[in-house]
Design a protein around this ligand. Sequence first.
Ligand SMILES: N[C@@H](CCC(=O)N[C@@H](CS)C(=O)NCC(=O)O)C(=O)O
Length: 194
Amino acid sequence: MLTVHHLKQSQSDRIIWLCEELGTPYELKSYTREPSMAAPPEYRALSAFGTAPVITDGDLVLGESGAIVEYICARHGGSALVPAPEDPDFPDYLFWFHFANGSLVPGLMVDHVTATLGAPASPGPSRSIRAFAMIESRLGDAPWFAGDAFTAADIMLCLPRFAARLDLTDSPNTRAYLDRVAARPAWQRTETLR
Ligand SMILES: N[C@@H](CCC(=O)N[C@@H](CS)C(=O)NCC(=O)O)C(=O)O
């Protein structure tokens, strides 16, 4: 049985959402963060690096969001949510899947640290401003990040996690996308569990 070890207020939302979208049976174990926002000791003990998300599947313990999403899609997802390599949407799928944790999340962290330290910012728009401008532009071209179909790239980006922090006044495409996500029954179930 697949077990999703969910740290509340964390990127492990994605894994619940993925299982709900796929209809994969799973057990959910939820953990609350420490007042410092660190994962509690029992969560840190689950895996070598100690961060969320983590899944267990039989004897397997697996961390790192991207690895977990790929593992569940490959082992439990059939051909759902991942375009085939010959699909014209495949390169966009790869780009947005990896943009999530490769550039968007680090960009948000760089901007947060820069602002917190009062450090001089690099010239021009910050990484997160550029990332959300790219996202707005992409969602003007396609309903989902990879193209016409909802895929695991949408789950990796997990835009609803960031929506509350964003000023979307001038981002109609992102607002419309968030409405599409909110209408998905699997996201609605995720909202009640995360
Ligand atoms: N790249 C990692 C990032 C993991 C990560 O930083 N997780 C955060 C939650 S979003 C965490 O575990 N924070 C609590 C802690 O470090 O104690 C992944 O996507 O799995």
